[in-house]
Design a protein around this ligand. Structure first.
Ligand code: ADP
Length: 245
């Protein structure tokens, strides 16, 4: 964060970012519900140049059995980046970063899912990052919510997600890879709009208290945009295609 010397202009004199966006403009987002016939639920998201596929299984028996809970179903999340998802081939072994992102996505989804009707079972969420370009945890979280809904898992609300951040001393919406590497702050936000609850908030970088508040607000506003596209994806599958996918 901010450590790399670069000639990259993050924000030009007209307030335009390095990828042509305005400060409050998200990247192009496309979400599709369903698509994997062997999973109980699935979703695919393109969030700028991020491309992520999510498959959900369950509620199903837990293996190993000792991990099961007699009072409730459990949620398990695996975030995985394909070796070809980044410029330099990524080592296929699970990295510390992937383990951390799996954990934060699981914790961001837990307040949304209602698993107490499914004791001794597990719901498994498999996230495959096919192409990464900054903001994969938010894109993956948003797609995972749609895949869980597609699997028919009872939920209090869907979790929408979008990052905000700071680059060129300006608070920006939806941080891309260059802004993440050369900018001043990256704040991934996960948010349930109907319940008005934040379920993911991380911060890499330094912000003043005022900037922090503004960044949270910008991130939440971004989540609200993403939420509309999540609902649209489910609507398209279940009400426009006759639920045949
Ligand atoms: P997020 O993807 O949620 O923003 P990070 O901030 O950790 O998570 O990563 C930012 C970006 O850095 C990723 O989206 C990806 O484009 C890039 N990246 C992550 N891991 C690697 C890696 N092993 N090799 C090359 N680029 C990577």
């Amino acid at each position: 964060m901010g450590g790399r010397e670069s000639t990259l202009v993050l924000l030009d004199e007209n307030g335009i970012r390095c990828d042509g966006r305005k400060v409050d403009e998200p990247r192009r987002i496309m979400i599709k519900a369903g698509g994997l016939k062997n999973a109980d639920g699935s979703a695919y998201i393109e969030f700028g140049d991020n491309k992520i596929l999510v498959g959900v299984f369950g509620p199903r028996d837990v293996h190993p059995k000792h991990m099961s809970n007699t009072d409730t179903g459990i949620l398990r999340v695996r975030y995985h980046m394909e070796p070809f998802s980044v410029g330099e081939r990524k080592n296929p072994a699970p990295s510390r970063r992937e383990i951390e992102i799996s954990k934060v996505i699981k914790e961001a989804l837990l307040p949304a899912v209602i698993l107490d009707k499914f004791p001794r079972t597990a719901v498994d969420v498999f996230i495959e990052v096919l192409q990464a370009d900054g903001g994969t945890r938010c894109a993956a979280l948003a797609a995972a919510s749609v895949a869980l809904a597609d699997a028919g898992i009872p939920m209090r609300d869907m979790v929408a997600a979008c990052a905000a951040g700071k680059a060129a001393d300006t608070i920006i919406l939806d941080v891309n890879n260059e802004e993440d590497q050369a900018g001043q702050a990256d704040m991934p936000v996960g948010y349930m709009p109907n319940l008005d609850k934040i379920t993911l908030l991380q911060l890499d970088g330094v912000l003043s208290p005022e900037e922090f508040k503004k960044c949270v607000k910008v991130g939440v506003d971004g989540c609200k945009l993403v939420y509309e596209l999540q609902k649209k994806a489910l609507h398209e599958k279940y009400f426009q295609n006759g639920g045949d996918q």
